[in-house]
Design a protein around this ligand. Structure first.
Ligand SMILES: [Zn+2]
Length: 296
């Protein structure tokens, strides 16, 4: 109990400044802050590794959303939500990682103290790799969106590359955005390996070849996830048409004119949050299968 209170206190101490910044900079809506705070404290208590990866995603994507923020303003009416993240987006990005971490906890329950010892983390655990892949996917996807939308060249439809689409269209990709997506995935892979090679003393520790393989796996997973996200965005994601503005939008009620819209394609309920969640789920399951075959 005493140990739990200490880890809870540490978790809150580490999380508070982040949410203070998020509130001040208007990065999250009020329900987004509450959801993120609960998630952040849970992740930190289980292991600071998990917390650090998700915070890296949160901070780098928030910084990127401010890059050329003015030139992106006109795109926000196209996306279903503005630059502030709400509870749905927090869960779409952080819910799956939290479930994967729970899987790690349940399968290592005999070794668990409440504050999972950093030195006992197994870098080759398929749960932890699945976790990293999920975060790499959402990070990669955010990098692609934020950097891709400032591309001077118009995006092309991922399934019909000869077809140019307006910036901000779901399923539209640019070379710049795809490069950014690679960087976003690599960032998480490098953080994962740096953190674990520094803190973990799990025996046997991975060899240099295996550490490199882990970087390759997580980066590929993130990049693949971001491309899957674009494919789903171009196919089954719900898309509406505002009769008033004569524009395509992700919103069922168009925010700029408050007019109802009509569905033009996709599956009802399959919004951007769900597309993010499903793409991360696919890559996590893939990396879990591959790492189990490689490392055990
Ligand atoms: Zn409208």
């Amino acid at each position: 109990m005493e140990q739990f209170l200490i880890s809870l206190g540490t978790a809150i101490a580490f999380n508070l400044p982040i949410y203070f910044i998020a509130k001040k900079k208007k990065l999250l809506t009020p329900d987004g802050i509450i959801t993120a705070a609960i998630l952040g404290v849970f992740l930190f208590i289980v292991t600071p590794l998990a917390w650090m990866l998700l915070i890296a995603f949160f901070l780098s994507s928030s910084l990127l959303s401010k890059v050329k923020g003015d030139s992106k303003k006109h795109l926000h009416e196209k996306f279903s939500k503005g630059s502030q993240r709400d509870a749905g987006q927090v869960l779409a990005n952080g819910g799956l990682p939290a479930l994967l971490l729970l899987g790690y906890v349940l399968t290592n329950v005999q070794k668990m103290t409440i504050f999972l010892q950093l030195s006992q983390l197994n870098p080759l655990s398929s749960w932890l790799l699945g976790y990293a892949a999920a975060v790499a996917t959402v990070n990669s996807d955010t990098f692609a969106t934020e950097i891709g939308t400032i591309s001077k060249r118009p995006p092309r439809n991922i399934l019909r590359p000869w077809e140019r689409v307006p910036p901000g269209t779901s399923g539209g990709i640019t070379l710049l955005g795809t490069g950014a997506s690679f960087v976003g995935a690599l960032e998480i892979a490098i953080l994962y390996v740096s953190f674990l090679s520094f803190f973990s003393n799990y025996q046997p520790l991975p060899t240099l070849t295996r550490w490199s393989l882990i970087i390759l796996l997580i980066t590929t997973a993130g990049l693949t996830g971001s491309l899957i996200d674009s494919v789903l965005g171009a196919t089954i994601q719900e898309m509406f048409w505002c009769i008033h503005c004569k524009k395509e939008t992700e919103q069922s009620l168009h925010v700029t004119c408050h007019s109802p819209t009509k569905k033009i394609r996709g599956i009802i309920g399959f919004n951007n949050d769900l597309v993010n969640f499903v793409s991360a789920l696919i890559t996590s399951v893939m990396i879990m299968i591959i790492s189990t075959m490689l490392f055990s």
